[in-house]
Design a protein around this ligand. Structure first.
Ligand SMILES: Nc1nc2c(c(=O)[nH]1)N[C@H]1C(S)=C(S)[C@@H](COP(=O)(O)OP(=O)(O)OC[C@H]3O[C@@H](n4cnc5c(N)ncnc54)[C@H](O)[C@@H]3O)O[C@H]1N2
Ligand code: MOO
Length: 634
């Protein structure tokens, strides 16, 4: 056993070193023969040469007549040449073999019929015009593709044209995936506390399949050194590359590195990337074994940035990369000096500018990849990048998707998901990118030109009126359109049966009550502060006042799962989680948009949806909404 433990090696250096170690093992795939029609995307293991020429006979390239060119010399409008069928010409169609003795084809458009067997020509034919000569496409024994080359649809056609029906390709690499962990269980409906549903292997095998490998997923192995070693040994004999998932870190039950070290060699343990720090690069019997960290996002990154590159060296062909795109960073992005960091980003084209906004950076937040449009790599030794800076990203979606995305921000409400779903159903070309930054955050995003639409519900304490005062104050000088949204019931969400016997906001500072709040700048937080002031409740005395969640749903779920007793939110969120609800007020949740976008197709389509009966019916099902006038421009 010879390995160093949890280093912080730069990614490029780690990969270079690892590849040099793999070469020593002289590890390679075996060739196999496959039929050409099933060879798409396979990699040739040897050069392919045409067995026959293509075309293999001289063929007419046009519909017309085949002639001897010299018989037509001198033909003009004034000195036409007359030819007799069988003597001076034969009729040919595109693809027909050139009749013996002929050396040119005249297109039917240039032939004047005199009678059934006689034609008139008014311009001379050049020798070999409109003829596909033998070998025009491929000559016999000419190379169609060299070794180690990906077979494209056109390659398959060229091989068949060249008389090749079978081709020698590298065997598809088999990638073994071993999930590990005592707490990891096969996916099921109702996991117990402490059970973690196993889904990494599903993500990894799908990625491997996309890259043209054969994923081989092994059963979940508990955190027992001997069992992990046994599973690894089996996988290494059956596969070309092995991914040993989780147990990569320095915890009590983290045996991955020990198991690889005992069966083979650990070359690197610890790479300066985030997420993905505890990655292990090892070999067993000369084959690559990669210890991939347990967190799903770390796993995806390690597969994308490391496993993919190792696979490329094994299959001897590059895999497709994501195109690069430049965008403006919407908010400051902090980073650590020690690591190269990968941040999932949302993109939106607003007013001609492509805006990039960072998504959650949690290594366990796999849904951040579902939402991500792009991946941004923050280089090592970077403290942070300022808002407004132009950055380069890897584009995970298509340009078309980005250009067809309505960027909605501001206050969270489940109605945005409802509208998005209906929009996708009515027009599959439309996308919505929604982020929940609170009502004030929404106003600021509109001010900075980062969003098309923002949802807001901001109570003006002076007048008791919603939204207008804030638009006037913070978006002064900007031409803003206010769109009526919904009236919705705000209140206190509490556990079913109201075990603490709460009656209203005045009870929140009571001893023994655990509150969960919304973030600063959210309309709900502003409403709570207003109500507390009205009722003379000291917020300092509320246990949990500083515990912040970003959405109504995440507040509700804390109460439903018992980590908090009460939080403020909308009725629909309480209803989803079966909570009791003490209504406090009805508030006006509206949308705002810069006037310049109001007639854009993205907004008009969105307005069409929120004005629809179907949308209103869905909100009635959610409960707590009044939808009168929804979508009206105010
Ligand atoms: N004291 C320290 N603790 C941790 C450190 C550290 O530096 N010091 N590093 C953290 C980082 S970063 C990572 S990444 C993880 C790596 O942990 P392991 O590779 O040892 O993985 P586990 O602890 O076994 O699992 C972590 C986590 O991943 C999820 N998981 C694992 N397997 C699956 C699967 N097959 N399907 C779905 N999800 C899976 C699960 O949530 C586990 O809890 O260590 C940190 N700790
Ligand atoms: O390395 Mo961990 O993968 O940062 O989350």
């Amino acid at each position: 056993m010879n390995y160093s433990y949890l280093e912080n090696k730069e990614l490029s250096e780690a990969l270079k070193y690892y590849k040099s170690r793999l070469q020593i093992g002289n590890f390679k795939l075996e060739p196999e023969t496959v039929d050409v029609p099933s060879a798409l995307d396979r990699i040739t293991s040897s050069a392919v040469y045409a067995r026959i020429s293509s075309p293999h006979y001289n063929a007419s390239a046009m519909d017309g007549i085949a002639v001897n060119a010299h018989d037509t010399f001198g033909a003009t409008d004034t000195t036409p040449i007359v030819l007799k069928k069988g003597v001076g010409y034969e009729v040919v169609d595109t693809g027909d073999p050139l009749p013996d003795g002929r050396d040119a084809v005249i297109m039917v458009e240039d032939v004047i019929d005199i009678d059934e067997d006689t034609v008139k020509i008014i311009s001379a034919a050049a020798p070999w015009q409109h003829i596909r000569q033998v070998g025009e496409d491929l000559c016999q024994d000419e190379m169609v593709v060299p070794s180690n080359t990906r077979i494209e649809p056109s390659t398959m056609g060229a091989m068949l044209a060249g008389g090749i029906s079978q081709v020698e390709v590298w065997k598809l690499p088999r990638i073994g995936i071993i999930p590990t962990g005592d707490e990891i269980v096969a996916p099921k409906k109702d996991p117990l506390p402490g059970e973690i549903l196993e889904f990494n292997s599903t993500i990894f095998s799908a990625m491997v399949r996309r890259w043209g490998g054969i994923p081989v997923t092994y059963p979940i192995v508990p955190d027992k050194f001997e069992l992990i070693k046994g599973a690894l040994e089996k996988a290494v004999t059956e596969c070309d590359i092995v991914i040993l998932n989780a147990g990569s870190s320095a915890g009590r039950d983290d045996y991955s590195s020990m198991a690889i070290g005992e069966l083979g060699e650990v070359h690197v343990h610890g790479i300066a990337i985030k997420p993905g720090k505890p990655t292990i690069l090892g070999t067993v019997h000369g084959k690559p074994v990669i210890g991939v960290p347990g967190y799903p996002v770390s796993g995806i990154i390690v597969l994308e940035k490391i496993v993919k590159e190792i696979l490329e060296t094994v299959i001897k062909s590059p895999l497709r990369t994501y195109p690069k795109i430049r965008a403006v960073l919407s908010r400051r992005l902090m980073s650590t000096l020690k690591y190269e960091e990968y941040v999932r980003m949302k993109l939106g084209r607003v007013g001609g500018k492509l805006i990039a906004t960072p998504l959650s950076r949690g290594a366990g937040v796999v849904s951040s990849f579902v939402k991500a449009d792009a991946l941004f790599t923050v280089p090592m030794n970077t403290e942070g990048i300022e808002a407004g800076e132009e950055i380069e990203l890897e584009l995970l979606k298509t340009d078309k998707e980005i250009d067809n995305t309505l960027v909605v921000t501001g206050s969270h409400d489940p109605l945005i998901d409802v509208a998005y779903d209906l929009l996708r159903r009515s027009n599959p070309e439309r996308y919505v990118s929604s982020s929940h930054v609170g009502s004030m955050g929404g106003i600021m995003a509109i001010k900075r030109g980062e969003a098309h639409v923002a949802g807001i519900h901001l109570l003006d304490e002076a007048t008791g009126e919603y939204n207008r005062a804030y638009i006037d104050k913070y978006l002064k000088g900007q031409d803003i359109v206010r769109i009526r949204g919904v009236r919705r019931s705000q209140g206190l969400m509490i556990a079913k049966g109201n075990p603490l016997g709460l009656t209203g906001v005045e009870d929140l500072a009571r001893g023994g009550l655990r509150y969960v709040n919304r973030q600063k700048g959210s309309g709900t937080r502003i409403l709570l502060d207003y109500l507390l002031k009205q009722k003379g409740v000291d917020k300092e005395k509320i246990y949990g006042y500083d515990r912040e969640e970003l959405t109504h749903m995440s507040v509700a779920i804390q109460i439903a799962t018992g980590s908090a007793d009460c939080g403020m939110g909308i009725y629909s969120a309480a209803k989803i989680y079966g909570l009791d609800f003490i209504p406090v007020c009805d508030e006006e949740y509206d949308f705002i948009a810069p006037a310049e976008y109001i007639d854009s197709i993205l907004i008009t389509d969105f307005l069409g949806i929120i004005r629809s009966e179907e949308f209103k019916e869905k909100l009635m099902e959610l409960g707590g909404y009044s939808t009168e006038g929804c979508g009206t421009i105010l």
